[in-house]
Write a protein that binds this ligand. Structure first.
Ligand SMILES: [Zn+2]
Length: 106
């Protein structure tokens, strides 16, 4: 009795609004049914990988995120500073993998 299994965390990420003419789009990270929306804008990145400015809607935080080859990513959030990985990087990687982000800027 009283044995409670920890609920597995399920996280899905999807594009909520494709980038407009200015390149600004919205993606949504849903964790166990709790949706958070982020605006994103691809920014020029000359050091490998792709760069994005990501802003969580309703919050003041703006993160500059870089995604690229495994082990070659960065983000400005506390999670990444501490763990070298975060949901921002993994979400952008997932969207790129699914082909849901437009081709990289050239
Ligand atoms: Zn992050």
């Amino acid at each position: 009795m009283g044995k409670s299994k920890p609920k597995p965390k399920t996280r899905t990420v999807r594009i909520a609004r494709p980038p407009d003419a200015d390149g600004v789009g919205v993606f949504c990270i849903e964790t166990n049914g709790d949706a958070q929306f982020y605006t994103f804008l691809e920014i020029r990145c000359d050091i490998g990988g792709r760069g994005f400015a990501v802003h969580r809607l309703g919050q003041g935080e703006l993160y500059h995120i870089r995604v690229g080859a495994p082990g070659d990513a960065s983000c400005e959030c506390m999670g990444f500073l501490r763990w070298d990985k975060c949901k921002h990087v993994s979400s952008l990687l997932a969207l790129i993998k699914k082909g849901e982000l437009p081709p990289r800027l050239s």
